[in-house]
Design a protein around this ligand. Structure first.
Ligand code: DGL
Length: 218
């Protein structure tokens, strides 16, 4: 049985969901949270649906059994894409909130009607993501890039030196490669004026990405 004072569970494959936790704490200062980073199994993005589903179910059960959570926030786009539906079916009594790439607000705010999307392979290849694009893609063209290795490099960059040193240049190289693969950013017709960061890890390199884009993008 859960109480009003029971905690809300928040989980991600690693550090990415901390950006979501920060926002939750700001919005809900009176709630208690328990955060689980599945770092031993990160990253999820290139692992395949069956693995991510199994981890998500195991984590939900663990948080419920050990912490008596009253709700669960899946602060991971990849896990939401792979597992939110099966988890809802398996634990119907547990309120579930998933995060998904911000396709809808991006489509609404783009002036050029070209939007770039960076996300993990698991997310971009998912049925949920394709549905999201088709729901909001009537007037907007989405340019989608699966960013293999990027979440892993961001996760590793948080380790103690000297391991983290190599990851900074890996992050730089991968970011440059993926931004250039997406195409032309800018405010002219046909250019992308909006970039969606469809993985909670990428929020931590927002400024680096912004520097690569210059002033040409939201
Ligand atoms: N932070 C996660 C997401 O939002 C997953 C990154 C990963 O583990 O590959 O998709």
């Amino acid at each position: 049985m859960t109480l009003a004072t029971s905690p809300i569970g928040v989980f991600d494959s690693g550090i990415g969901g901390l950006s979501v936790l920060q926002a939750l704490r700001r919005e809900l200062p009176h709630e208690h949270f328990v955060y689980l980073a599945d770092s031993g199994n990160a990253p999820y993005g290139e692992r395949g649906d069956a693995f991510v589903q199994a981890r998500t179910h195991a984590i939900a059960q663990h948080l419920q059994a050990q912490h008596g959570i009253k709700a669960l926030v899946i602060a991971c786009n990849t896990a939401t894409a792979a597992a939110v539906e099966s988890l809802r079916a398996a634990m119907p009594q547990l309120p579930l909130i998933g995060v998904e790439p911000a396709i809808k607000p991006a489509a609404a705010s783009s002036q050029t009607q070209h939007v770039g999307v960076m996300a993990t392979r698991g997310t971009v290849e998912s049925r949920r993501f394709r549905k999201l694009l088709s729901e909001h893609g009537q007037n907007v063209q989405f340019h989608v890039q699966a960013c293999d290795g990027l979440a892993r490099a961001i996760e590793l960059s948080t380790l103690q030196q000297p391991e983290a040193a190599g990851e900074a240049s890996e992050i730089e190289a991968l970011s440059a490669r993926y931004i250039s693969a997406l195409g032309q950013f800018g405010l002219k017709t046909g250019e992308m004026d909006t970039l969606v960061l469809g993985c909670t890890h990428y929020i931590f390199i927002k400024e680096e990405l912004r520097a690569l884009l210059g002033r040409r993008c939201n």
